[in-house]
Design a protein around this ligand. Structure first.
Ligand code: SF4
Length: 953
C-alpha cells in the first residue's frame, strides 16, 4: 500500500523535528555584536539612532522612537514600524516590522508610502456636510456631534420600526476581523455589504465546494512546484508575504508555472508562462488532471481516503461496483475528452507545455502549491470552476494540508473572540442576498444600485467605508443615479481617509484614520501557521508613552480624523442612550460595568482572554498582554498548521456519538439536536474538512440540490468571452481589465504621491499582430466599445498579451469634478460629467499638473496622464451561480474617431439595466431544500440565525 502523504506530512511537521521555512527564517535575526543589523532590535526601539542623511558628511544623530503598527493598503496586514523623530514628533518614515510573522520585516512599495497618506496635503481633516443638492459639490464643515446625532436618530428609528434591512454598511477594504460584525449584530440589522463580488466571489465558491473554507492558504515557501493563476509576485492577494515565500522556494530550486493571458511581472519570473485565452483556464487545468490520472501520477491513497467518491458512486452510479478502482475508471472516462490537444485548441497554449506542467505538478506530489484569487476566476462566466479545477490538481496530488501544499484558510487564520458577542440577527436582507443567488459568495453588492432602481427597497442609513462604487464597480453611472436619489438612499455617510468619486455623492464625508491612525486586529492566512497583527494609532501610542492621556484617538490624530472603532462605540451609545434597546450593553466596558467602552479596553480583553499563548509570552517579558501587543504589534499563535483534517477526535468526545454506516459521518446528539463532529476513515475518527461529507468534495450534492445538477463535478464552462463568441473580422476583442499594478490598490492609493509617480497610466495593451491589423501604433488613441458605451484609451503595442485580447488595468483613470475638492490632484483628471436622460458623457478638462500645496513636492509633479476610467463602460455581468461580476468584456476596438478625445467615456444606463436583466434571467433562484434561502453549511458574511434562512411564503 502506498504511504498516506498527509499522515506523513503531519508526522514530519511536528514542531520538534522539522523546521519549515517560515520557522527557520523568521526574518528578525539581529547580529547582536556587529555594526550592521538587518533591523533595529526591539530593545532599541525607544531610542533608535541614525545619522541625518541631509547633514552628510557631518555625523549628526537623529533619535527616533519606533512604533509598530500594520499596513492598511491591502488585506495582507504586513507589519510596519513608524520612525517618529523624537525632537519634532514627526513621522519620518515607515519600514518593515521584523517581529511580524507574516511579513517578517518586509513590505511592498505601498507600505512605506503610508507616510504620503499621513502627510497628504489633499486629505480631509474635518467632517463635511453637503450644502445644496447631492453631487452639487458644495460642502461645509460640521461637527462630529452633529454627524453622530443625525445617524443615530435615523438608525434608531429604523430599528424601532423594525426596518432592519434599511441600515447598510458597505465596505471596500475591511482591514479588521470581526469588529463591525459585532456592531451590526448588536444593532440586530442585516446590513453588512462588501466588495467581494467584484473581487473574489468565484474563487471563493470554487474553493468552498471542495473544502468548506472559501479561501486557500498555500504553503509556497516549502513547495517544490507552484502553479499560479494570480500575479502573486507583484500584486495578488497577500502580495508581499506570498512574494517573499515564493522567491524563497525558487531560490531552493522550486519551479513556478503561471497561467496568465498577459505577461505579468510574475509570469516574467516563472519557469513556464502559459498565455491562455481568457476563460479557457479550466480546460487547461482539466487536461492537466487528465495527464495526472492517466500517467498514474496521482496520490491514490490520499484520494481514496479523502475524496467523497463513495457519495459520488452512490448518488450517480448506484448500479455500478462501489469500489475505489471503479471510481478512478469512471473519473478517467469523465475527463477523457480533456486532452492536452483539446486544451490547446481552447486556450492557445501548446499541448506539450500543458503536459510538461502537469507532470511537474504530479512529481511535486504533496509539495505542490497553487493559487487563484481574482484573475481568471474573476473575469469569466463560470470562473468558479477555474478555482475548482485548480484545487482538483491539489486533491489528485495529495497536496491539501501538507508541507508545501495548500491548506484551507481557516487553518491559518485566527479570528479572536471579543467579549460578549451578540446573537445572530433574525432578519435576512434581500438587497444583499437576493433569492436569485442562493450560492453567491457573498453579498450581491454591485447589483445594489439596480435592485434599488427597480424598486426592491430603499436604504434609510447607508455607510460607504473605504468603498468607492462609483469608480470601482462596473456601471458607475447607475450608481451616481441611485446615490443622487434621496428616496432610494435617504442618508449617506462616506467613511473614508481620502476623497473618492463616491464621497462626492454623499451627504457627509467622514474622515477616518489611515493605517497609522487607528486600531484594528487582523490575521491572514499568509503561510502555514497563524498570527495576529495589531494596527495601532502611532501618535496616540507614542504620546501616551510620554505620559499624555487621550480619551479618543482623534485627539492625537491630525485635524479631527476619527478611528472607526470609536465612531461605532459612540454611535451605538447614541442609538440606545438608556440601554432599553439592548444595544448599549455591547459597548460598555468589561472592566467598569455600565460605563462606556474605551477602545484599549476592547483589545485588552481580547489579548487577555482570546489569544492562546499571548498572556504567557507577555509575562515572560514582564508585560501585560496589551503592553506586549503595544510593543510588538504582532504575535505568532501557531508556527505551522498542517494536516488538521487528520486530527483524531479524542475518545472522551466520542461518547454519545453514532456513525452513519453509509456516509461514515460521526453524529453527536445533545439537547435534542444532532450535529456532525467528524468522519470515520479506516476505523479512525477524525475531524475532516468543513464540508457536508467532511471530505474533499469532488462531487457536490449541494449543486444538485440547489438547481445546478450539471455542475456537480469540476468542469469547464464556456465563458461569455469564449472565442466562438468573438468575431475578429468585426474588430471584436476580449477586453481583460482585471490586472493590478503592483504599486496601486484600486481606489486607495490616490493619496500617495510616491506610488503615483511610479504608476500613473493604463494604456490599452494590444498584441503586435492586432495593432498591425488595426493600423495603430503605441500612443495612438483607440475607441473601445462595450455593450453600453465606450472609452478612449491609448495603445501600447506589446508581445506580452495573447493575440485577440486587449488589456487595460482598471487601477487608473481617477477623476474629480471640482478643481479644489475631490480625488487628489496628483492622481486624477479634472473632468466634465454631463448627462441627458440615461446618456452619460465624461470628458477630461485637464490631466495631472503641478499644483501649490503645503507639500512643496506638489509643484514638482511631472506626470500628466491620469489614465482612463473604463469600469464605467462595463455593464454588470453577474455569474448566475457564484454571483461574481464577470469582468472580461466583449468589445470592439477601432481607431479613435475625429470627435474622440483621450479619456472620453460614454455610457447609456438604460442599456446597462437591460444587460443586468439578461444576466439576471440566467439564475435559478431559491428556495432550495426545506424552503431555505441558502445552504446552511456555506459561509455567509455576518451569518444570521438559522430561522432567517427560511423563506416564509
Ligand atoms: S503587501 Fe504591501 S500593501 Fe499589502 S499590507 Fe503588505 S506592505 Fe501593505
Amino acid at each position: 500500500m502506498q504511504k498516506n502523504k498527509a499522515q506523513e506530512a503531519a508526522k514530519e511537521t511536528k514542531p520538534d523535528n522539522v523546521a519549515p521555512k517560515d520557522l527557520a527564517n523568521p526574518g528578525w535575526q539581529f547580529t547582536g555584536t556587529g555594526e550592521l543589523a538587518s533591523f533595529p532590535p526591539p530593545e532599541k526601539w525607544d531610542d533608535w539612532v541614525e545619522y541625518d542623511a541631509r547633514e552628510w558628511p557631518q555625523k549628526v544623530e537623529k533619535h527616533y522612537q519606533l512604533v509598530p503598527t500594520i499596513c492598511f493598503n491591502c488585506e495582507a496586514a504586513c507589519g510596519l514600524l513608524a520612525y517618529v523623530d523624537k525632537a519634532t514628533l514627526e513621522i519620518r518614515k515607515f519600514e518593515g516590522n521584523p517581529a511580524h510573522p507574516g511579513s517578517r520585516g518586509r513590505n511592498c512599495a505601498k507600505g512605506p508610502a503610508t507616510l504620503n497618506q499621513v502627510y497628504d496635503p489633499e486629505r480631509i481633516l474635518y467632517p463635511l456636510k453637503r450644502k445644496g443638492p447631492r453631487g452639487g459639490g458644495q460642502w461645509e464643515r460640521t461637527t462630529w456631534d452633529e454627524v453622530l446625532d443625525t445617524f443615530a436618530a435615523k438608525i434608531r428609528q429604523a430599528i424601532i420600526e423594525d426596518r432592519k434591512t434599511e441600515v447598510i454598511y458597505h465596505v471596500g477594504r475591511p482591514g479588521a476581523d470581526g469588529y463591525i460584525d459585532r456592531v451590526l449584530q448588536a444593532w440586530g440589522v442585516d446590513g453588512h455589504n462588501s466588495h467581494t463580488n467584484v473581487c473574489s466571489a468565484s474563487a471563493r465558491l470554487g474553493y468552498a465546494l471542495w473544502q468548506g473554507a472559501d479561501r486557500p492558504s498555500p504553503d509556497h515557501a516549502n513547495a517544490r512546484f507552484l502553479l499560479l493563476l494570480s500575479a502573486h509576485l507583484e500584486t495578488g492577494h497577500y502580495f508581499n508575504p506570498h512574494a517573499q515565500r515564493i522567491i524563497e522556494a525558487k531560490m531552493r530550486g522550486a519551479k513556478i508555472a503561471v497561467i496568465d493571458t498577459r505577461l505579468s511581472n510574475t509570469a516574467s519570473m516563472a519557469d513556464y508562462w502559459l498565455s491562455s485565452w481568457p476563460g479557457s483556464e479550466a480546460a487547461v487545468l482539466l487536461a492537466m488532471a487528465n495527464v495526472i490520472l492517466n500517467e498514474n501520477l496521482f496520490d491514490r491513497e490520499y484520494v481514496r481516503r479523502w475524496v467523497n467518491w463513495e457519495d459520488f458512486l452512490r448518488e450517480e452510479h448506484p448500479d455500478q461496483p462501489q469500489t475505489f478502482d471503479n471510481f478512478i475508471e469512471i473519473t478517467k472516462q469523465i475527463y477523457k475528452d480533456f486532452t492536452p490537444e483539446f486544451a490547446e485548441k481552447e486556450s492557445g497554449v501548446a499541448a506539450s507545455k500543458i503536459v510538461e506542467v502537469a507532470r511537474e505538478a504530479g512529481r511535486a506530489g504533496s509539495a505542490f502549491s497553487s493559487h487563484v484569487w481574482r484573475n481568471a476566476a474573476a473575469g469569466n462566466l463560470g470562473g468558479w470552476q477555474v478555482a475548482r479545477c485548480l484545487e482538483f490538481l491539489n486533491v489528485l496530488t495529495g497536496s491539501i494540508g501538507t508541507v508545501g501544499g495548500v491548506m484551507p484558510n481557516s487553518w491559518n487564520k485566527f479570528v479572536a473572540a471579543p467579549y460578549i458577542k451578540p446573537s445572530p440577527q433574525n432578519v435576512w436582507n434581500e438587497i444583499l442576498y437576493p433569492k436569485e443567488y442562493p450560492l453567491a459568495h457573498h453579498e450581491m453588492s454591485f447589483l445594489m444600485a439596480h435592485f434599488l432602481k427597480e424598486g426592491r427597497g430603499k436604504i434609510a442609513a447607508y455607510f460607504t467605508r473605504v468603498y468607492n462604487p462609483v469608480w470601482t464597480n462596473p456601471d458607475g453611472s447607475t450608481w451616481i443615479e441611485v446615490l443622487s436619489d434621496e428616496t432610494k438612499v435617504e442618508l449617506h455617510g462616506a467613511l473614508t481617509p481620502v476623497w473618492s468619486e463616491t464621497a462626492y455623492f454623499a451627504d457627509y464625508i467622514l474622515p477616518m484614520g489611515v493605517g497609522s491612525e487607528r486600531h484594528d486586529l487582523m490575521s491572514q492566512e499568509t503561510q502555514s501557521g497563524s498570527w495576529i497583527g495589531f494596527r495601532q494609532p502611532v501618535m496616540r501610542v507614542l504620546r501616551e508613552k510620554r505620559g499624555e492621556k487621550f480619551d479618543y484617538t482623534y485627539q492625537a490624530n491630525p485635524g479631527e480624523v476619527w478611528e472607526e472603532d470609536e465612531f461605532w462605540i459612540e454611535l451605538s451609545w447614541r442609538i440606545d442612550p438608556d440601554g432599553s434597546l439592548g444595544i448599549r450593553k455591547y459597548f460598555e466596558s468589561p472592566y467598569r460595568p455600565g460605563e462606556k467602552l474605551r477602545i484599549e479596553e476592547y483589545y485588552q480583553w481580547i489579548f487577555e482572554n482570546s489569544i492562546p499563548g499571548l498572556p504567557e509570552t507577555a509575562a515572560k517579558e514582564g508585560l501585560t498582554p496589551l503592553e506586549y501587543m503595544r510593543k510588538y504589534a504582532a504575535f505568532a499563535i501557531e508556527s505551522s498548521g498542517y494536516a488538521k483534517h487528520e486530527k483524531e477526535i479524542p475518545q472522551k468526545d466520542l461518547a454519545e456519538t453514532t456513525i452513519d454506516p453509509k456516509t461514515h459521518l460521526i453524529h453527536k446528539t445533545s439537547g435534542g439536536s444532532s450535529q456532525v463532529v467528524g468522519v470515520e476513515i479506516d476505523g479512525k475518527a477524525v475531524t475532516g474538512f468543513a464540508t457536508p461529507s467532511r471530505k474533499l468534495e469532488f462531487y457536490s450534492k449541494t449543486m444538485k440540490e440547489w438547481g445546478w445538477p450539471e455542475y456537480t463535478l469540476p468542469g469547464y464552462i464556456h465563458s461569455h468571452v469564449h472565442p466562438s463568441k468573438i468575431d475578429k473580422s468585426k474588430g471584436e476583442f476580449c477586453l481583460l481589465p482585471t490586472f493590478r499594478l503592483p504599486t496601486l490598490i484600486h481606489t486607495r492609493s490616490g493619496n500617495a504621491k510616491w506610488l503615483y509617480e511610479i504608476s500613473n497610466r493604463n494604456p490599452v495593451w494590444l498584441h503586435t499582430s492586432d495593432a498591425q491589423r488595426l493600423g495603430v501604433e503605441t500612443g495612438d488613441n483607440v475607441r473601445v466599445s462595450t455593450a453600453i458605451g465606450h472609452f478612449i484609451g491609448k495603445v501600447w503595442v506589446t508581445e506580452g498579451i495573447h493575440p485577440g485580447v486587449a488589456g487595460c488595468s482598471h487601477h487608473l483613470g481617477r477623476w474629480r469634478l471640482d478643481d479644489n475638492n475631490g480625488v487628489d490632484r496628483w492622481a486624477s483628471a479634472l473632468v466634465d460629467l454631463k448627462h441627458e436622460d440615461s446618456k452619460w458623457q465624461m470628458r477630461h478638462l485637464k490631466g495631472i499638473e503641478p499644483f501649490k500645496s503645503e507639500d512643496p513636492e506638489s509643484q514638482r509633479v511631472w506626470w500628466t496622464d491620469p489614465g482612463v476610467h473604463q469600469n464605467m463602460t462595463f455593464p454588470v455581468q453577474p455569474d448566475p451561480v457564484s454571483g461574481m461580476h464577470c469582468w472580461h468584456q466583449k468589445v470592439t476596438v477601432e481607431k479613435a474617431r475625429p470627435e474622440d478625445k483621450y479619456g472620453d467615456v460614454f455610457v447609456d444606463t438604460d442599456k446597462a439595466h437591460a444587460v443586468y436583466k439578461e444576466w439576471l434571467a440566467q439564475t435559478r433562484p431559491a428556495p432550495g431544500p426545506n424552503g431555505l434561502r441558502r445552504p446552511l453549511w456555506l459561509g455567509r458574511a455576518v451569518k444570521p440565525s438559522a430561522a432567517a434562512y427560511q423563506i416564509k411564503e
